[in-house]
Each structure stands twice: as structure tokens, then as C-alpha cells.
Design a binder for this molecule. Structure first.
Ligand SMILES: N[C@@H](CCC(=O)N[C@@H](CS)C(=O)NCC(=O)O)C(=O)O
Length: 219
């Protein structure tokens, strides 16, 4: 059986978890905070989660895990079989990661963990988030899902990256990142009604106190 290593507060972990749940695949969750011990780095070379344990060994990097699951497992497809359509979905997912998730992440310490980040980083994040959201507005279809009529890998990145980026933008810059993308707001609401998304949100909430205690203990 597939084993998903990571923790329920991780947005990347939750992307893979939602893919597994949406496909109806059996899997086991293995609590794993990664870190820098030799044992952890033997599982995750850069000390990140999630990691997927297969019968052949470990796979790291969310985008790669998602493609592996798509290619090797049954269940509802989350990527189109047509190469061009598939490329569109993967481009959207990559744009969300590179131009929204990663700039937003640079300011997570200040937005969510009571630390502060240098002004130069804050400014860079603000500029990049605005450009990233504009790109999503140009490329995303939101009809009703990010890439079209069906839930796809692009929605996984959207659901678990954009609200966090919105949290950063709101808290640090007083900006509503989705102000001009009402269809994106509507999609977040629609996705929030999905029972698998609700289960993941409940698991995240339950795991949050232990996670925050761990973060505090590292300060
Ligand atoms: N490029 C990685 C990023 C994953 C990532 O950033 N995971 C975070 C949790 S959401 C993590 O493991 N952070 C621990 C750390 O950076 O030490 C992927 O796509 O899987």
C-alpha cells in the first residue's frame, strides 16, 4: 500500500493527500516532520514533506509524486490524457507554485508564526504575488475549476497555495489578492464543500496545536 509521509499542517502534503482521496486509493499516513537528521535525509533528500513510499522506494517533490500517482494508479484522472491539455494543467500548477506559493511562503514567518521578515523580502513578495495572481487570472479558466470542467492537479495547487498567499497579502499588505477574481473566490467556496477537502481541513486543525508547539520549541 502507498504510504504518505508528512504532516497534516503542510499544504504540499495536503495536495497529495487530496489527490489520493479523490482517486479513492488506499494509503497510509505516516507522521514525518523531515528535518535534517541523517535518517530523515535518507527519506527526503532536502528535508521536505511530503514523501510517498512505494513498493520500490521513496518519491519526493509534490509535483513528481502527483505525476507518479497519475501514471501508476487507477481512479479519477487529475490530469488530461491529451498532451496539450495536460501541459495546460501542469503549466497552471507550476505558475501557481512558482509565482504565488513560493513568493507567499517567503513571508509565512511573519504572516503566520509571529516572526518578522526583512522589508526587502516583503516588497519582493508583494510585487511577485500581484504578478502571480494576474497571471492566474489570465491563464486560469475557472469554469468552474482552475483548468476547466473537471478537478485537476491545478486545483490542488490552487486550493492549498492561494488561500495562504491571500493570508500573507491581507496581513502584511492589507490587500485582497482575489478582489478582481470573483470566479476564483467562488471556486474556493465550491472546493470547501468537497467532503475530502473537509476531512483534510479537520485533520489539519487537529494537528495544528502540536505543530505550533513544535515551531515554538525551535525558536
Ligand atoms: N518542493 C517541495 C516543497 C515542499 C515543502 O516546502 N514542504 C514544507 C512543508 S509545507 C516542508 O517540508 N518544510 C520543512 C522545511 O523546509 O524544513 C515539494 O514540492 O514537495
Amino acid at each position: 500500500m502507498l504510504k504518505l509521509y508528512g504532516f497534516s499542517v503542510s499544504n504540499y502534503y495536503n495536495m497529495v493527500k487530496l489527490a489520493l482521496l479523490e482517486k479513492g486509493l488506499p494509503f497510509e499516513e505516516v507522521p514525518f516532520y523531515a528535518g535534517t537528521s541523517p535518517e530523515a535525509l535518507a527519506i527526503s533528500p532536502r528535508g521536505k514533506v511530503p514523501v510517498l513510499r512505494t513498493e520500490q522506494g521513496f518519491i519526493n517533490e509534490t509535483s513528481v509524486i502527483l505525476e507518479y500517482i497519475e501514471q501508476s494508479q487507477k481512479g479519477t484522472p487529475l490530469l488530461p490524457s491529451d498532451p496539450f491539455e495536460r501541459a495546460q494543467v501542469l503549466a497552471l500548477a507550476k505558475e501557481i507554485e512558482l509565482y504565488i506559493e513560493l513568493p507567499g511562503r517567503a513571508c509565512y514567518p511573519e504572516a503566520f508564526f509571529g516572526a518578522s521578515v526583512p522589508e526587502a523580502i516583503r516588497e519582493k513578495t508583494k510585487t511577485e504575488l500581484l504578478q502571480g495572481i494576474a497571471a492566474l487570472g489570465r491563464h486560469g479558466k475557472f469554469s468552474p475549476y482552475v483548468a476547466g470542467e473537471t478537478l485537476s492537479v491545478a486545483d490542488l495547487y490552487f486550493l492549498y497555495s492561494v488561500p495562504l498567499a491571500c493570508g500573507v497579502a491581507k496581513k502584511l499588505f492589507g490587500i485582497d489578492l482575489l478582489a478582481e477574481l470573483p470566479a476564483a473566490k467562488a471556486l474556493l467556496e465550491r472546493l470547501g464543500d468537497n467532503p475530502n477537502v473537509q476531512r483534510i481541513a479537520a485533520d489539519k486543525e487537529a494537528a495544528m496545536p502540536a505543530f505550533m508547539a513544535m515551531v515554538a520549541s525551535k525558536r
